[in-house]
Design a binder for this molecule. Structure first.
Ligand code: G6P
Length: 602
């Protein structure tokens, strides 16, 4: 959802900006641009429609030299992706350049006032008002002016500013959208996330909401909106730069699918070394749990609901965060809100969690990005230990969220006395086998590739599952939609006869998730129903049931695990299926059209 980078130091700034934008491209990729203060202290802005490679090619023909600049990769909200709407935006007098991630909700009103004062708008964006406001309200210095401007802006934003008026400074302003400051030696950076500048430094400061940073090559000063200095020490990350590389894989998504045995191992041991999480001390008081999330994280929540209800006896209501926020559900001090988010920055999830807290509930977040906004806004946090996920379609973080929810429900159940230690230990033993089972499931890739080849041109897919694997069907359909643009629906297999069965004909591929669990016989009957309508049956199973094999056009075998953990194994071939269909169709797997990895607008 838009990526921001900024640099001040002794290096030539353009390569640093381009490099950072490449790393941030997963956040938005419909247009991009940079602003540089050149050696003559003139503001040079270059922007293009398209990806960072298009911007890079565009810049080859220009020679821009400077040591301070800002850059932006865009995911359009206000105004279509055009060069005019791409960031940075400039002020009328060409002294100020601004990049922005988020939405200025009151921009129309601000724009109106500026138009009345004679400002002409070159773009349809909400961002341009910020550049003009800084020009209009300029008083004394950039800090003082930005403080005034910040008080006028409503909405969520991370804003980076450079100006010819103070050519040694970047101003960073944050409310609601992520922002980090990278600390180097005689050089400093701003960025939407850490991997963008990991090449240059491993020391960072997080800018909090309602704070402004003034950054020169030697200093970083942070202020609150009252203009008071805030002290904040940098933290160090020990990430290896290879985490931001494809390491021989054709796409980040494929690398991330294959990383799952490791991310599961790391997440299990990360969870087990944090059993003193205070949420367990308070678990007895919760009489109701809401799980809120978006996209893939929501699907993890669907499985989590099943586990939590079963092991803790606490009723769980699941909702899309964007719906929950406006639903006025009953919340009190006995309500636990479990907010699941890979990024920890999804606006819908964050704001729903913040609102719930204000109404007396307690928030447990399950996030992947350490130090992300949601993690800091929650009462309790559990991390998934996946490292950065760059592919827009979530894969490794989904299975890590599942394992975290499973462990949470086990330990909460133990604390509540619903589960005993012996049963918990049995499940823990199962868990130690799980990464290996996922490794085995990944071996289905050759078979999945063949299936992808056969069905790549289908216009529609149906995914069916029951019980714990209904969410698996939803997730399989979502993956396919996201990266191949093929229409796909996930459905509970038992519900198919109430509607989707009308869609089935001899060209409709129906992916059936059919582990040999307590619902297997029922699933078999549903597959019969598909077959009877001549649908093409692609089965994911962990057994050798002859009837099932006879009913299937294609079968993908996955290893047998405890049925309660089967969603973690069954989703692997579905991730691979989406990936291979999308690559056969020549789609941009890591950066599918219209999507962004981190959606910081409502
Ligand atoms: C976007 C991404 C999805 C992701 C969803 C929720 O739509 O494209 O892959 O599942 O956001 O993101 P979160 O970071 O909150 O898990």
């Amino acid at each position: 959802m838009c990526g921001i980078i900024g640099y001040v130091g002794d290096r030539e700034v353009v390569p640093v900006l381009i490099h950072g934008l490449h790393r941030l491209e997963y956040r938005g990729y419909d247009s991009a641009g940079i602003a540089v203060l050149d050696k003559n202290n003139s503001l040079v802005i270059e922007k293009v429609v398209g990806k960072i490679k298009d911007l890079t090619e565009h810049l080859w023909r220009r020679s821009i030299n400077g040591n301070i600049g800002i850059g932006h990769t865009r995911w359009a909200t206000h105004g279509p992706p055009t060069a005019e709407n791409a960031h940075p935006h400039r002020s009328k007098d060409n002294s100020i350049a601004v990049v922005h991630n988020g939405i200025v909700e009151n921009y129309a009103e601000l724009k109106q006032k500026l138009v009345e004062k004679g400002y002409t708008f070159l773009s349809q964006t909400d961002t341009e008002v910020i550049a003009h406001l800084i020009e209009e309200l300029f008083e004394e210095n950039l800090l003082k002016t930005t403080l005034k401007v910040a008080k006028l802006l409503k909405g969520a934003y991370a804003v980076g500013v450079i100006s010819t008026k103070e050519p040694d400074k970047i101003v960073a302003l944050r409310k609601g959208s992520p922002f980090i400051i990278g600390i180097g030696k005689s050089e400093n950076f701003i960025a939407s996330d850490i991997p963008a500048v990991l090449e240059y430094t491993n020391r960072f400061i997080t800018l909090n909401d309602d704070e402004i940073a003034i950054i020169t090559k030697e200093r970083v000063e942070i202020y609150n909106l009252d203009g008071e200095r805030v002290d904040r020490s940098p933290f160090t990350v020990n990430w290896d730069i290879s985490i931001a590389e494809k390491e021989g894989y054709k796409h980040f998504m494929l690398k991330e699918i294959h990383q799952q045995p490791k991310s599961l191992t790391d997440t299990i041991s990360g969870f087990l070394s944090n059993l003193d999480n205070p949420v367990f001390k308070e678990i007895d008081r919760f009489s109701r749990i809401y799980i809120i999330a978006c996209g893939t994280s929501y699907h993890a929540g669907l499985v989590g609901k099943f586990w939590i209800e079963r092991f803790t006896g606490i009723p769980v209501i699941l909702d899309y965060a964007s719906e929950f926020r406006y639903r006025h559900s009953p919340i009190d001090e006995n309500t636990l809100i479990v907010a699941i988010s890979q990024s920890g920055e999804t606006a819908d999830t964050r704001f729903a969690a913040i609102d719930s807290k204000k109404r007396g509930g307690k928030v447990l977040s399950i996030v992947n990005v350490v130090g992300s906004s949601l993690s800091r806004e929650s009462d309790f946090v559990m991390y998934t230990y996946c490292g950065p996920e760059i592919g827009v379609a979530a894969t490794k973080t989904y299975t890590a969220q599942l394992i975290t929810l499973f462990l949470f429900s086990l330990y909460a159940g133990l604390k509540k006395g619903i589960l005993n230690q012996v049963t918990l230990d049995q499940f823990k033993t199962e868990l130690t086998r799980l990464p290996k089972a996922v490794e085995e499931a990944l071996k289905s890739e050759e078979k999945v590739k063949q299936i992808a080849y056969i069905y790549q041109h289908a216009h529609n897919f149906l995914f069916l599952g029951r019980g714990l694997n209904f969410p698996t069907a939803l997730e399989g359909a979502l993956k396919l939609k996201e990266i191949s643009y093929i229409h796909a629906e996930g459905y509970p297999a038992g519900e198919m006869k109430h509607g989707p069965i009308a869609l089935i004909d001899e060209i409709m591929p129906v992916v059936c998730v059919a582990p040999e669990d307590e619902l297997f016989e029922k699933m078999l009957s549903n597959i019969q129903e598909v077959r009877a309508r001549k649908g093409k049956v692609i089965t994911i199973t962990d057994g050798q049931n002859t009837e099932l094999l006879n009913l299937s056009d294609e079968v993908v075998f996955v290893p047998k695990v405890d049925p309660i953990l089967s969603p973690i194994v069954n989703v692997i071939p579905l991730q691979l299926l989406a990936y291979h269909i999308a690559t056969l169709l020549g789609k941009d797997v890591d950066q599918p059209r219209n999507l962004a990895k981190t959606v910081t607008v409502e």
